[in-house]
Design a protein around this ligand. Structure first.
Ligand code: GLY
Length: 429
């Protein structure tokens, strides 16, 4: 088979690397990819600038692609799956309507509420005055979210009323500048531990992937601004078998039922961002219509089955007949990022220390390019260093050891990825 993978970050590197191990696969094309992905077996990167759905369709036809897998949310929300299907091209991922679960937080909240799924109380606003008068009567902290896609950077936690008002005024003044109507969601803050519940969905069939936990805040101790994710690990005891069954029955299935009532059938990865409170109740913070990044890097490092068979079983409504195997080891992923991320950062810093190979450690590239035969930085999140270990502590130590051998001017990372799990420091431990 010839496989096309859409996207160019660490998650797509992990998908491509795993797919390259499948005996079913002859060639893999990744668009736009990155030079780290291009170094993998069987893989060719087609680096076109700002590719659109038409470009992907042309590539799928020219390269005789048998299956396309979409990594990031934006093409899904734009309807790539619907367009491929019109051209009778096989593709893995939810269609445009189903992807609205991620594309619109307001839509997501409506579905959660109509399905009686546990989620924070919220109100949505298009007028800053209404938002501010609502906030005046709410307890702090509050969570303020932008409705559309924001690459993990559209969620703000405010600690007092003044901070909330300043933020709302700032967001709406940007709206005026960008001439785009803004919809914001103001919701209650739920205290607890965040975990990523990612499953495969095909119609009514739901199969959870290995459990995982991301670290969204920039700094140690879960402080600082939100990012796309600074590190992840798998598995996590936050999601045990009981909770997993509970989430499938009381979160995922009711959500799919609500979509069905609207005539929407879901197919692909479905990622529920959960907050697990001190009573071990799981609240849905958000839905994503794809694998998480960097969760994918940790999860796929543990996958012991053929990922292509998993994609095909999902597309063919055959999930109930597959048994996904996971390595018993733990995986830990540390993101190395550029100083300034998630704000402004410099690019083109020469990266050293990438060359030597260490057993059971994999370096996934997110934001790199090659200048004069050398890898240089080309993004906020640059590398996702992932290690497997007999337990999480070993995986963490191996991942950090490898991170310490890699350098560039302005390299940053968190130093406490997985610490809470290793040291039993969850609020309910
Ligand atoms: N790591 C969070 C996300 O992929 O949305």
């Amino acid at each position: 088979m010839n496989l096309l993978i859409i996207g160019g970050g660490g998650r797509e590197h992990a998908i491509a690397w795993k797919a390259s191990q499948s005996e079913k696969i002859k060639n893999i094309y990744v668009v736009p990819g990155n030079p780290g992905i291009a170094k993998e077996n069987k893989i060719e990167v087609i680096n076109i600038k700002d590719p659109d759905i038409e470009d992907y369709i042309k590539i799928a036809k020219n390269k005789k692609i048998d299956l396309t897998v979409v990594g990031p949310e934006a093409p899904l929300v734009d309807g790539i799956v619907d367009e491929f299907k019109k051209h009778k091209l096989l593709i893995f991922g939810p269609n445009k309507l189903a992807s609205k679960l991620e594309g619109s937080k307001d839509f997501c909240k409506k579905i959660l509420n109509s399905g009686n799924v546990l989620t924070a109380k919220h109100e949505s606003f298009t007028d800053p005055k209404d938002a501010i008068s609502y906030i005046d009567n709410q307890q702090m902290p509050l969570v303020i979210k932008l409705d559309g896609l924001a690459a993990g950077k559209g969620v703000f936690i405010v600690q007092n009323h003044q901070e909330a008002k300043d933020l709302i005024q700032d967001l709406f003044s940007k709206e005026v500048r960008h001439k785009k109507q803004l919809l914001i969601i103001v919701e209650d803050f739920i205290k607890g531990e965040e975990a990523s519940f990612i499953c495969l969905v095909s119609g009514d069939q739901v199969v959870p992937l290995a459990s995982s936990k991301d670290h969204k805040k920039l700094n140690n101790g879960d402080t600082g601004p939100n990012t796309g994710g600074m590190g992840a690990y798998s598995p996590t005891k936050l999601i045990n078998d009981d909770l997993s069954k509970n989430v499938i029955n009381e979160v995922i299935k009711p959500t799919l039922n609500e979509l069905k009532k609207l005539g929407i059938e879901y197919q692909g990865f479905l990622y529920a961002g959960l907050m697990i409170d001190q009573n071990k109740k799981a609240y849905v913070l958000e839905y994503n219509c794809r694998l998480g990044d960097p969760e994918a890097q940790a999860i796929l490092m543990r996958l012991d089955s053929d990922i292509i068979e998993i994609f095909l079983a999902t597309i063919n409504n055959n999930l109930k007949n597959i048994k996904i195997k996971w390595k018993t080891e733990s995986a830990c992923t540390i993101v190395l990022a550029s100083q300034g991320y998630p704000g402004k950062y410099e690019k083109n810093k020469i990266i050293t220390g990438l060359d030597h190979k260490v057993d059971n450690v994999k370096i996934f590239h997110s934001g790199t390019k090659i200048i004069n035969d050398q890898f240089v930085t080309n993004g906020g999140r640059v590398l996702a260093v992932t290690a497997l270990g007999v337990n999480l502590q070993v995986a963490q130590a191996k991942a950090y050891d490898r991170c310490n051998q890699i350098s560039w001017e302005g390299k940053i990372k968190r130093h406490d990825i997985a610490d809470k799990e290793i040291n039993n420091k969850f609020i309910f431990s």
